[in-house]
Design a protein around this ligand. Structure first.
Ligand code: ADP
Ligand code: ZN
Length: 526
């Protein structure tokens, strides 16, 4: 690298090799770099750990001038700056935490044109002083990291990101690249719109995890389902069981320990020392089971997590993807199991509805939950569904539960109508067992006591097996056509009228999954 041209590389590959020590570009990296070098804008959507930073760091080293990198997290900035300096690149950062003397030195390096990459927090960048200073410098490109922060659809909306649209006016000819790990279709569109990057090349990739086998199952007897799953895992393999609450993490870990598993709980309520201890043991030893809340995630550095189980459904497809993605980082075959049940979905829906969040945010959160429920309920290839969600595509994978054990999709409109009427006619207070008795025409003591044998709907579903009715009721609940009364005794009631009415009137079809017969028999064993 010649010092007199301040290390401007002619060849991106040479920069990759000499500065970062990597031999070849990964996936879309080359396309993103090429777009910037041609002066075009780009939006890069790829998972954490993919190598998004190289998409702007390499063009920064191949174009003259200063690359401005907008990043919301001071810790991440500091990390990147340190790494670049380690590699001999002049990188700096500007943020509110910087001592005055440091700040002056940074400004001096900017003015003299030594700096190749400047990391800056959005609020600092948007100050007039900063913008005016940068306007007088030669800017090679602008990178906007964690770009989902610009969108209410993202999970981490930051109002100051909205103001980054001002960059278009200040630096009209400077190519911009926005980067994020999480962006469904709405978020992507929103990013392009908010940042005024309509012409940007959109590059999505890296979401496929071919070594992960994804399984979903209706939650019936969660601990037994977990036990069966664990019994089928290779000897000595470690994994994570995700649950919704701290209390449940404790209880589940205890139950598993009593069953002979090397299980421990991990959640934010434990003191830091204990947490560090348990995490270290999980990293170090084989055959461990970590029963955790979402608190267990950041900083797991264990490549051979062989499996992940969700005993409770996460709140969004993105959260699910993050969590199952902790399995198989070493690329070896790994398996995940996600249990979902009507109770879960009803509970989460209610948590969202009753939160203090603004209505607009609640609406987005409910839709995000529905996207995950849709994945769980779907009958098609899981990999195709997940990649489609992130804007990518693939052929049916042959390596997910839906490909390996296809489930039938059947028209369940008539069954749904019967079930909804049975719930309605029995006054929306009874649980699934009783509703199934009514549908199947069983003259139980409870039926007779409530005179439900006199209802028109009594016995209208006699031809359908009990287990299948149970499955239908669960599916109607996860779709919001039925709701579980969570305070009372788990009674079923109708969901919102705008969902239920079109079904009862026959205006909307209901497609249901018919699980393989094996799955319907209560005492199934692998
Ligand atoms: P992201 O921002 O997408 O989460 P990073 O930019 O932090 O990911 O990169 C993750 C890791 O991948 C880093 O250790 C980086 O050195 C490495 N990496 C990036 N590009 C390549 C490549 N082309 N070949 C090998 N490793 C790479
Ligand atoms: Zn598949």
């Amino acid at each position: 690298v010649a010092d007199e041209n301040r290390g401007v590389f002619a060849d991106p590959r040479q920069a990759l090799r000499e500065v970062f020590g990597h031999e070849a570009f990964r996936g879309l990296q080359a396309d993103a770099i090429e777009a910037l070098l041609k002066g075009r804008d780009a939006l890069v959507v790829a998972p954490t750990g993919f190598g998004k930073s190289a998409c702007y760091q390499i063009p920064a080293l191949c174009r003259p001038g200063i690359a401005v990198v907008v990043s919301p997290l001071i810790a991440l900035m500091a990390d990147q700056v340190a790494q670049l300096r380690e590699a001999g690149v002049v990188a700096d950062m500007l943020n509110s935490a910087l001592p005055e003397g440091e700040r002056r030195a940074v400004l001096e390096r900017l003015r003299s044109g030594q700096t190749r990459l400047l990391y800056v927090a959005p609020e600092r960048l948007l100050m007039d002083g900063t913008l005016e200073l940068l306007e007088r410098c030669q800017i090679s490109l602008i990178a906007i990291d964690e770009a989902h922060c610009v969108s209410q659809w993202g999970h981490d909306f930051r109002p100051e990101y909205r103001r980054l649209s001002a960059l278009t006016g200040w630096f009209p000819t400077v190519p911009r690249i926005a980067l994020t790990a999480t962006a469904d279709a709405q978020t992507r569109a929103d990013i392009l719109n908010q940042l005024q990057m309509a012409e940007a090349e959109v590059l999505v990739g890296g979401f496929d995890r071919p070594n992960l086998r994804w399984n979903f199952a209706e939650k019936r007897e969660p601990l037994r389902q977990l036990d069966r799953f664990l019994a089928a895992r290779p000897e000595g393999s470690s994994g994570i069981v995700y649950v919704r609450s701290r209390k449940k993490a404790e209880q589940t870990a205890e139950r598993l320990a009593a069953m002979g598993y090397a299980a421990e709980a991990y959640h934010a309520g434990l003191d830091a020392e204990l947490r560090a201890d348990r995490q270290a043991r999980f990293q170090r030893e084989d055959g461990r089971v970590m029963v955790a809340t979402i608190a267990f995630g950041m900083g797991i550095d264990k490549p051979d997590v062989r499996w992940v189980v969700h005993l409770d459904l996460p709140r969004s497809l993105e959260a699910w993807y993050q969590e199952v993605g902790r399995a198989g980082r070493d690329g070896l075959p790994s398996e995940t199991l996600t249990l979902f049940g009507p109770q879960d979905v009803s509970f989460t829906r209610r948590m969202i509805r009753e939160s203090d969040a603004p209505d607009e945010v609640k609406r987005v959160e409910l839709l995000k939950l529905e996207q995950l429920v849709g994945l769980a309920e779907g009958v098609g290839c899981r990999r195709q569904a997940v990649l489609a969600y992130f804007g990518d595509s693939c052929d049916p994978c042959g390596n997910c539960d839906a490909c390996l054990e296809p489930q039938e999709a059947v028209d369940g409109t008539a069954a749904a109508q019967k079930a909804l009427s049975a719930v309605y006619r029995t006054d929306q207070v009874f649980g699934a067992a009783h509703i199934v008795d009514v549908l199947r025409g069983v003259e139980s003591e409870k039926v007779l006591r409530n005179r439900h044998q006199t209802l028109a709907v009594f016995g209208m579903g006699a031809e359908t097996a009990e287990a299948e009715w149970r499955s239908i009721l669960r599916q109607l609940t996860t779709r919001g056509l039925l709701e579980v009364d969570l305070e009372g005794h788990g009674g079923l009631r109708l969901g919102p009228a705008e969902r239920v009415r079109p079904v009862l009137r026959g205006e909307t079809e209901v497609t249901l999954r018919r699980p393989p017969p094996r799955a319907l028999s209560p005492s199934r064993s692998r």
